[in-house]
Design a protein around this ligand. Structure first.
Ligand code: GUN
Length: 338
């Protein structure tokens, strides 16, 4: 399927095929890093070095890569970083003890507990134990409550990154019909709230949504965060819509790779060479229908890390400005509003 846009040329009008604009997450990330470097230099001049502690429990291979990239970003920006790696057998109590120590440490401005945690650990209890003033992932119930009530402060990184992509790419949000596919605590729910605060009309879809393709087709902004490889099909997308693909799925099955990337020879070549290939939650054919789309990799991923860095810097600033008050105190929230 191809999307043809009407294009005015001199005094004639004709239809030509226009592939989607690729929304380059790496370029937007670089823009944000340049801004952050100035802010970090100001903090350094005041004797403050913002620092992030990452807690990685067990040996989940994907989590190891994500956390390594987060620590590398801290190093690139000159932020302090600490990596804590409790074993997969760590108990909820042991992790609570570790979180308690990080909460107490004055050097640590941000605490990140990489998810998923092992099944035996009570994830909600662990996330609620993080000092809300250091909750750079925005997963604490207090952070979520602040987001619901429009006191934007430490906002979950992936949804915040999606908003940066939309805003910095000039995508109109106010009054737009936005569909969020996926209702996770980490992405779907905060994403819907951010879009709503930006005056979009928001629909949240999930596995039980009836006539999902029809619902998605109504949107001028589609956020795909369902965690299923290539699920959003080209004929689900309204021509010209902006599509933000949050999914990162590794395909290792040859038949699946051949099916998804039938028309993308470069990706198939990559699969044949490496034995695996990444795909988002959006089928590659959507790029021929959408007006703008984020690639996978190189779309939302770099922004998630950029927002983590920004939250760490913000937490460092707010902790000094407001003592140990949580950034959710009304004045703190106002100061933090992006
Ligand atoms: N696992 C998947 N995404 C995330 C994230 O944004 N933060 C954390 N802590 N864990 C994750």
């Amino acid at each position: 399927m191809c999307y043809y846009r009407r294009v005015e040329e001199s005094f004639t009008e004709r239809e030509i095929f226009v592939p989607a604009r690729i929304l380059n997450g790496n370029a937007i990330r670089d823009e944000i890093y340049a801004e952050l470097k100035r802010e970090i230099a100001d903090l350094n001049a005041a004797g403050i070095r913002p620092g992030l502690a990452a807690v990685l429990v067990g040996e989940n291979a994907a989590s190891q890569i994500y956390v390594r990239n987060k620590i590398a970003a801290c190093e690139q920006l000159g932020l302090g970083s600490w990596l804590k790696t409790p074993s997969a057998t760590a108990t909820t109590e042991e992790l609570l003890d570790l979180i308690g120590q990080l909460n107490e440490s004055d050097e640590v401005d941000g605490i990140l507990v990489q998810l998923p945690l092992p099944d035996r650990v009570d994830t909600k209890t662990i996330l609620a134990a993080v000092d809300p003033a250091k909750d750079v992932d925005g997963f604490h119930p207090m952070s979520l409550g602040q987001l619901v009530s429009g006191r934007l402060c430490l906002v979950a990184c992936t949804p915040a990154g999606c908003m940066e992509i939309l805003r910095r790419s000039g995508v109109p949000i106010e009054g737009a019909d936005a569909v969020v596919v996926g209702r996770s605590d980490i992405v779907g729910k905060p994403m819907a709230l951010l879009l709503m605060h930006a005056n979009a009309t928001v629909t949240i879809c999930h596995s039980k949504t009836r006539d999902l393709p029809d619902v998605v087709r109504r949107a001028s902004i589609v956020i795909a965060a369902i965690g299923r490889p290539a699920m959003i099909q080209p004929d689900w997308v309204r021509p010209g819509a902006t599509v933000i693909d949050v999914g990162i799925n590794r395909i290792t099955d040859a038949a699946e790779a051949e099916r998804i990337f039938a028309n993308v020879p470069a990706k198939l070549a990559q699969f044949r060479e490496k034995g695996s290939v990444l795909v988002g939650d959006v089928h590659p054919g959507v790029a021929e229908v959408a007006g703008a789309i984020t690639p996978v990799p190189g779309g939302v991923g770099p922004l998630t890390i950029a927002m983590l860095m920004r939250n760490t810097v913000k937490a460092a600033r707010l902790r000094r400005e407001h003592g140990h008050a949580t950034p959710g105190s009304v004045s703190g929230a106002a100061a933090a509003k992006p």
